[in-house]
Design a protein around this ligand. Sequence first.
Ligand code: AMP
Ligand code: GLY
Length: 432
Amino acid sequence: METPDKLHVLILGSGGREHALLKACLRSARVASVKVAPGNGGMALEAECLACNISRPSEVLELVRKLSIDLVLVGPEVPLAAGVVDVLEDAGVLAYGPRAAGAQLEASKVFTKNFLVRHKIPTADAASFTSVAPAMEYLAQRPFPAVLKASGLAAGKGVVIAQNLNEAEIALREMLEAKIFGTSGDEVLIEEFMQGEEASIMLMVCREQYLMLPPSQDHKRVGEGDTGPNTGGMGAYSPTGVVTSEIETRIRKEIIEPTLRGLISDGIDYRGTLYVGIMVTDLGPRVVEFNVRFGDPECQVLMPSMETDPVEIMESIARGTFRAADVRLRPGATLIVVLAAHGYPAAVRIGDAIELPSQLPEGVDILHGGTQRQPNGALVTSGGRVLGIVAHGATLAEAAQKAYTVAPLVRFAGCHYRRDIGARQLRRDGVA
Ligand code: AMP
Ligand code: GLY
């Protein structure tokens, strides 16, 4: 069979996830060249970064044509929901990520809840509301805590766990009346609170075929011991023992297979990453949410864990020719500690000068998220999750030890990070 020429790749996005995708491209034998739009201060040292409003599919197509790109890897959800893959594919350009119809699994929590119920996939009971009074009547009959979710995209911040009617009313008024999430809060889902431990399951999907990457665990709260407000994710590690082989079998049978069958029967051609947020409860695994892209920071621990070239898999999924096969994984464990900016996850201060260590120990890498280079080359903070320290070790304890040796060597004013990334697994392993 003819082997296609090597690929000129464009990555869309500017976070740590996209930096991990860039590193995967730089390692890949399939890639002739790689560029990024818009990128960040770390990626700029490794690839050409181009200005582009990636949420506008027509702008992305224009850039792709100008640069003669063969394959586009879409990092974040907003361009996917805006239909960037539809526009690229319809113009004959290969793109990794679902089309807008599939991206609704992340862009509309009401759509997803209806999908899960229709296809009998285990999840929290829920009802949706567009005004406060009927929502309060419903809540008066329900146990607390209750989970309130803005239906649309809210950068991971649209979920409130209300402990009582008073807290619920405040959150409902903010979403439905004060519109703190804009139109994303026009509809609010009220869900049963599921007790258990969460895991992130990243699937690379090509219609009914899929590859399950090793389960990982995110740390969503800003503070140690899972305290304080939710963030985009303060750290992650993989693999995680919360997904035992018995739970994994149930996830495949009770969640993944009916989901992929459901997408096909609903007429959705799903090709791309499907991130299944799972709560492992006493009743078994249940869906917390779907995302239609790699997790950030989960992607940063999964890409370096793969010996099989992820770019080859993404290419074959974009072509629609992927056949599930075993992925070769590196033995050991990978962990990331996210270093966040002053104020994160609330109002973030930007422009703080960053100092990086000049040398890193074997098996440690620093990935950039919210960083920017100034015209004189100085590196400054430009977003909430500034840098991620990724460490690989024979064991999770070794990976954690390496990451936490490097963390204090990175300096910027206001830097904060959690010191307990991976702690649950270390306790399971009996080493903490
Ligand atoms: P989501 O954006 O739907 O992933 O929600 C963000 C976070 O809120 C999740 O990662 C969970 O930690 C928590 N959460 C969401 N839904 C539920 C639920 N029904 N029960 C318990 N926790 C939840
Ligand atoms: N780490 C959670 C997310 O990417 O949504």
